[in-house]
Design a protein around this ligand. Structure first.
Ligand code: AHR
Length: 613
């Protein structure tokens, strides 16, 4: 491998080349990155109708003899009218006395709440009652026997004759990853509950994100975040699509919705505002994908698409409009008067083949470019095989394929036209039987593909793996980059492969030549150089994937070094390898396939490295 370290012979890599794609899939957000512990906090999961689905809330006590539960449209919140009505039939004493621990309801969260000793949790709930109340708010073990934290809320009948917001701060005296929240009482009467939330006090940057998951993202140094889908944006039916206006403002007032592609309810605590906040917290640019009148099964005609166009314009105003503008003022009211740095929007997801796509796209394009000429617009239609019949700044490209094919796709962009809109590879992953739930083979193929993208970053501007997250309790799509449950997490080999590229955006891709023969045609390599802002030093990184069956002894020569250059001193070698290509990480062995670093022996202008098969 010949590498020329002269930056003058290299090419600058776009500042947004590598980012991440967050989709609400696999409980990535609800029960994942969003730290809310209560699932279905508004008892609304069945939608706006009653009886609604209160699942996973459950009863504590004997239904009918000690209490009855029902839902009714009596909440103080206009957009989510359903509240829980709990009629307690037993009493503190007398013939029908309540059990010692009281009766009531519990919520096990998303397959158990992770409650940790010494940590604080803020419980907020809305209550109304026919009389005085004495309700214990507790965090307990899974069967309710072990109490980790508890506090009573006591209020007179005057206090709670109308809806009242109550807040309780609980500090856990023990750890249990499978905990639940309980609301119990021993007092007869009727109590209505609504919008019950439990959040850990410590979240990433104080913005409600589960810290250890957000840190996994921060470690990738993503330069953009595409969100919130994927198919989640479209829905199976338009009535269940993600509509951003229903996801902003006070959390209590959000209606929530049923995502009918990935088949679960979201309270929409992680809404449009929070996702913009996430991008800012991670130092990334938002890539906002909005619904442009298409779901999987229905579509809006171009004649009728105007309200969707207005909704898109409003979303841009919300993100970056003046704090005195209609929608910018709502952002300011949510605590963010400064605009978010929104520069990219994507019109729909995988909708190019649909009858009205072009017509609708043009309506959006005209309106957005008129109001916001600097906004870059991403089309769903692939622009490499033929010239697009509509204007676009980028074209979206999704690639899910076998590991072998993924490896060969590293050369996909070598032969595309250098003119026209650039590619946004917004979803890629090695999939299928050979990729398992995310194994070394898949990761190597993806690393090769990313090397190809790095080499072709004159025509590819952005790339992100998909899907990002999976809650192991609701695997709707495999493989994924980060696997978690209530308390554990690990990166799949694909996650670790992406780490090799975290310095690439804004770096210089150097001129390099791989002199191959047949046995080395399974090799692919690239070299980048960048200046580290921390120590203002220049760094060189050479990445090589050996996708073949043989060990390769590779000679690397670095030319173009300044005289007396110290660039190569202290060089290290980082390897992503394992005993078996099919090896995967797991909760039991989270680090089975993970990069290991060692000093690079004989680092210098000419060096030999051994690349395992
Ligand atoms: O990443 C999973 C799904 O794959 C996305 O929702 C969709 O865009 C693609 O088909």
């Amino acid at each position: 491998l010949l590498v020329n370290a002269s930056e003058a012979l290299g090419r600058p890599i776009p500042e947004t080349l590598f980012g991440i794609f967050f989709e609400e899939i696999n409980h990535a957000g609800a029960g994942g990155l969003w730290a809310e512990l209560v699932s279905n906090r508004g008892f609304e999961a069945g939608g706006p109708d009653i009886p609604s689905n209160i699942d996973p809330w459950s009863i504590i006590g004997d239904e009918y003899s000690s209490l009855t539960l029902s839902t009714e449209r009596s909440s103080c919140f206009e957009h989510n009218k359903v509240a829980l009505r709990m009629e307690v039939l037993c009493d503190a004493e007398g013939n029908n006395s309540c059990p010692a621990g009281g009766v009531g309801v519990y919520n096990p969260g998303f397959w158990g709440m992770n409650i940790e000793k010494g940590k604080k949790y803020k419980v907020v709930l809305y209550v109304r009652s026919s009389g005085a109340i004495n309700v214990s708010v507790s965090l307990t073990g899974p069967d309710g026997l072990e109490t980790l934290a508890t506090q009573d809320i006591i209020a007179s009948s005057c206090d709670v004759s109308n809806w009242k917001k109550m807040e309780v701060l609980l500090e856990a005296n023990a750890t249990n990853p499978n905990s639940r929240l309980q609301l119990t009482t021993t007092r007869k009467g009727v109590i209505w509950f609504d919008q019950v939330s439990t959040m850990p006090v410590d979240t990433y940057k104080g913005h409600g994100f589960r810290s250890e998951l957000a840190e996994m993202l921060a470690d990738l140094k993503p330069k953009f975040i595409r969100f919130p889908g994927g198919c989640f944006v479209e829905g199976e039916w338009l009535r269940n699509a993600f509509r951003w206006k229903a996801t902003i403002g006070p959390w209590e007032e959000r209606p929530g919705h049923f995502g009918d592609v990935w088949m679960y309810w979201t309270d929409d605590g992680l809404g449009y505002f929070e996702l913009l906040q996430l991008t800012e917290d991670l130092g990334a640019f938002p890539v906002w994908v909005f619904n442009n009148g298409f779901s999987h099964n229905d579509q809006v005609s171009t004649f009728n698409v105007k309200p969707f166009v207005q909704e898109a314009l409003d979303s841009i105003e919300f993100a970056r409009g003046d704090p005195n503008s209609t929608w910018g003022s709502m952002r300011a009211a949510m605590g963010h008067p400064e605009p978010f740095d929104l520069r990219h929007v994507a019109l729909g997801n995988e909708d190019c083949a649909k009858k009205n796509y072009r017509g609708n796209y043009l309506k959006f394009h005209t309106a957005i470019k008129k109001a916001y000429p600097d906004i870059k617009i991403i089309t769903n239609c692939f622009g490499f095989s033929r010239k697009l019949d509509h204007p676009a700044d980028f074209y979206d490209y999704h690639l899910y394929t076998s590991a072998n094919n993924m490896f060969s796709m590293a050369h996909r962009f070598d032969v595309t036209s250098r003119a026209g809109p650039k590619a946004f590879v917004s979803e890629y992953a090695a999939t299928g039987k050979n990729a398992g739930k995310g194994n070394l083979l898949a990761a190597l193929a993806e690393a090769a593909f990313l090397i190809g993208i790095e080499q072709n970053s004159d025509v590819v501007s952005m790339a992100s793996y998909a899907p990002l997250f999976v809650n192991d309790n609701d695997r709707r799509w495999s493989p994924d980059a980060i696997v978690f449950n209530s308390s554990q997490l690990y990166g799949t080999p694909s996650y670790w492969a992406q780490r090799f590229f975290r310095e690439s955006s804004s770096a210089t891709v150097l001129h390099s030549t791989l002199q191959t023969n047949t046995s080395t045609s399974q090799l692919i390599a690239s070299a980048i150089m960048w200046e580290n802002s921390g120590d203002s030093k220049s760094y060189l990184r050479i990445k090589i994937v050996n996708f073949g069956n043989d060990t390769v002894n590779l000679k690397i020569s670095v030319d173009g070094l300044e005289p007396n250059s110290t660039l190569l001193s202290g060089s290290t070698k980082t390897e992503l390898t394992s005993g078996n290509l099919m090896d995967e990480n797991s909760f039991n062995e989270p680090n089975k396939v993970k990069p290991t670093q060692s000093p690079l022996e004989n680092a210098g202008k000419d060096m030999d490295v051994v690349l395992l098969p």
